[in-house]
Design a protein around this ligand. Sequence first.
Ligand code: ADP
Ligand code: ZN
Ligand code: ZN
Length: 804
Amino acid sequence: MKVASVVVDVPAMQTDRLFDYLIPPEWNQVIVPGMRVIVPFGPRKVQGFVMEVSSSTEIDKLKEIHTVLDLSPVLTSELLQLGNWLTEKTLSYKISALQVMLPAAMRAKYQKEIKLLKREAVGELEPAVAKWFETNDVVAWEDVEKRNQLSAFQKGIQSGFLEVIYKVKDRANKKTVRHVEPVLTKLELTEFLENLPSQAIKQKEIIDYFIENPSSIEIKQLINQIDCTEASIKTLVKKGVIKQVNVESYRDPFDHREFKPTKPLPLTNEQTKVITPILQSIKDVAHDVFLLFGVTGSGKTEVYMQAIEEVLNKGKEAIVLVPEISLTPQMVNRFKGRFGSKVAVLHSGLGTGEKYDEWRKIHRKEVSLVVGARSAIFAPFENLGIIIIDEEHETSYKQEENPRYHARDVAIYRGEYHQCPVVLGSATPTLESFARTSKNVYKLLTLEERVGNRPLPSVEIVDMREELKSGNRSMFSTSLFEKLNDRLERKEQSVLLLNRRGYSSFVMCRDCGFVMNCPHCEISLTYHRSSQSLKCHYCAHEIPMLKTCPECDSEHIRFFGTGTQKVEEELTKILPEARVIRMDVDTTSRKGAHERLLNDFGEGKADILLGTQMIAKGLDFPYVTLVGVLAADTILHLADFRSSEKTFQLLTQVSGRAGRHELPGEVVVQTYTPEHYSIQLASHHDYRSFYKNEMMIRRQHAYPPFYYLALLTISHPEVLKVVEVAEKITTHLRHSLSEQTIILGPVASPIPRINDRYRYQCMIKYKQEPDLTNLLKQILIRYQKEISANGLNLSFDLNPYILM
Ligand code: ADP
Ligand code: ZN
Ligand code: ZN
């Protein structure tokens, strides 16, 4: 007897365990851990993953596995282990942790159908129901439901004439292309050719072709090559001279575009210095985590590529993660240009089928390098030689739904497993990572200079309060306007960044720039329209909405914000001759739009690129000599302890877009708080001072990297229920956790209601709580009934980045 222990695709507390199934004898040799199977589960059939295969079980009556979906495992034993680890670390269901590692196409689609059991019984059914079965025995449940006829069918089901069947469909369909190949030998073909009537010119040409080239060719290609029609090919197929075969192919997201091949550049001294220890790690087959801290334009990517080359030369594989937003054609071109067809690319712009094909190239070891966004960290390589995370400070590396994993943690897990280096690169590393270098957990490598000693751009900070005083009510300062105008005359390009995130949530004085902060938490208070008040979302401190500024008595105190569209309108008013490309969620929602707009800008079809955060990263255009930041403050006052860090990062990144080539760059930062250290220090490109300053504040307020965080969010349609559960859980935590641990709340979440559900949260700040995940799991189990029965939702985020 052979038994498979299976994780089933039923994401719920009660089913979050292994279920044993009997392996039918014919598959005894076939089924191994890591394969997808279909198993009966209650009345249904569901997809599952085989975790273990053994020869015994404690269950008496085992059901059999229904179908095997894979002939080779889709999850390696490493990834199965990683799945367990993810489940543990992120408190997610086992099934979610396994599914997140595979492309969406490999998740089953479930279908319900209603089947007529006996044709003779049609007469026994109600006429309205019988009509459905006139020509077929099976109808889709969905269609019946859509026409509101389920109740009519119910009788038929109860009397045993009809049956509900559950189907599982694998969505992973492979693309095939049609080829033709000769059936006859060369000699037979020649003979056939001689007997063809003389007017069959095209058929003759086709036969000629196959006499010369006796292998298979894509029909489309053959038609192109000898300018024949499909009809002539079909005729020959009918005559049995050639035959059609379907050949599996990959969808090519690049449409067979050619990439210009590049060669490794001779490294600069600084680059040589930083690559040496990485190469040493590769040579020693040792796991180290390196933080490559290099200013924008210092040639980090070249270092990555040469380290990767070393890995590939050793016959090993590499993963490069880049943030979704900077997975631009420019970035992809650089890797495709260097490594050609060895590269698979994975990002959210690809269709489900395209993603599946790229994944299969990795699975079949047809490529040895993947460049991709967050989920590419799960690439099923078995011989990893290096993992690189570019722009390691990007928050998009954290998945904000279950399983709430951070790609950096997964990278380090895999790096340990494969004993290979992990390289984290950034011009503005997270405080967490930089702090780890000072404790030697990560090894620090620095690139202080731009390649070719190009200067970093000069940054001018414009105080918008002064602009207002001098009568300029426009959103463009005099200086920025003049510089934009100047670029237009010189035919150079400008990038304008409008930071829209979090607008209107904080309140600011337009005259003096004053922003109301919470006295206990050093974060800005959030404006609540409904109650006309300002609230702190960490500690629940609340005051009525201000009528005048407490600092200068001005009445110009209001919540803050403008959109890109409005900026564009104003821009066309003040610079009517400027050609503007606007990039925001509205203009980039269509597939390929993002790429097209950037291409247009790169080809000089516009003078100004105006956009949100999405333009801040990874772009490298030689004619961009001016970068303007319209409202540097908008994230600064978000209700988030990372807001200064995010401001510093954004200003540094966007400044890095200017002057990357021969022409020197300039940056104008417009702000109402010019004295803020994150703005001041970003303008001097002074990361280290920023780090020191910010670390002091983090220590003072007990935030990461001094403390770990866990955010518990409790939601329910009834506010009383939420408060009750939130309070119970918080009390329970206070009793169970150590004394050094700080527990904030419960308070209403910054977004207190979503989809008619009230939300409360509780934040845990801790240094050491080895039992925390266990404790949280116990809480989940305790509330299990209410979670499944009355709509209670508990979401636990260990190491949260979004505090809403
Ligand atoms: P980063 O990733 O640190 O922002 P890049 O890798 O984009 O920097 O490098 C900036 C520019 O310098 C690019 O145009 C790149 O081609 C060029 N570059 C990098 N390394 C070298 C080198 N060793 N010699 C000459 N040019 C280089
Ligand atoms: Zn004021
Ligand atoms: Zn507070």
